[in-house]
Write a protein that binds this ligand. Structure first.
Ligand code: HEC
Length: 158
């Protein structure tokens, strides 16, 4: 019994040291300043309803306006979130959308429709915490219809 207790104490101490140690892993936050002329809202007509859905469900990973919550300062959450946020921004940044070539814009919009129709975006790990980012079927069709209409207009330029 005494031995078991000792093992438990050692395990807890090791765990505690580990949790402390990982806090020293550097945390990277990134919010590039560009949100002016290249933003999708400046380049295209984005109805207010669409904008507000994008903002509540996508902007934390796909814009230069990430709102970092308090737990983003705590490891290992920081590392986990950082990966999603940086990769998300690299794949698609609504604040830099206008700097993409038209063909890339077109493909990103088509991908957006696929992601939404497959319910792959927003990421499940995100909606688990951000309940208001869960999209209703109505919101999904609002976004995909807007995206399709925008692509149709782009077709002319391709
Ligand atoms: C928690 C972060 C996060 C949120 C929130 C999020 N995404 Fe993503 N998104 C990612 C990551 C990370 C990727 C990169 C691919 C992957 O790992 O699945 C990605 C990829 C994508 C892609 C693929 C781009 C390509 O090149 O094909 C699209 C489109 C997309 N997201 C759209 C959205 C939309 C629309 C929303 C909101 C409804 C959204 N995402 C919300 C993190 C996020």
């Amino acid at each position: 019994m005494a031995k078991q207790k000792k093992t438990l104490t050692t395990t807890l101490i090791v765990l505690l040291l580990f949790v402390i140690a990982v806090q020293f892993i550097p945390k990277a936050e990134r919010n590039d300043s560009a949100r002016g002329a290249k933003a999708i809202t400046k380049q295209y007509d984005v109805p207010e309803k669409v904008q507000s859905i994008l903002q509540k469900a996508c902007f934390d990973c796909h814009s230069n306006r990430t709102e970092y919550p308090w737990y983003s300062n705590i490891q290992p959450f920081a590392k986990f979130m950082e990966g999603h946020i940086l990769r998300g921004k690299d794949e698609l940044n609504f604040d830099e959308f206008g700097s993409y070539a038209i063909k890339k814009q077109y493909n990103k919009l088509r991908s957006l429709e696929n992601q939404l129709e497959n319910e792959a975006m927003p990421l499940r790990s995100y909606t688990l915490i951000h309940h208001n980012a869960r999209l209703s079927n109505e919101e999904i069709s609002l976004l995909t219809n807007w995206s399709k209409a925008l692509r149709n207009k782009m077709d002319i330029k391709l």
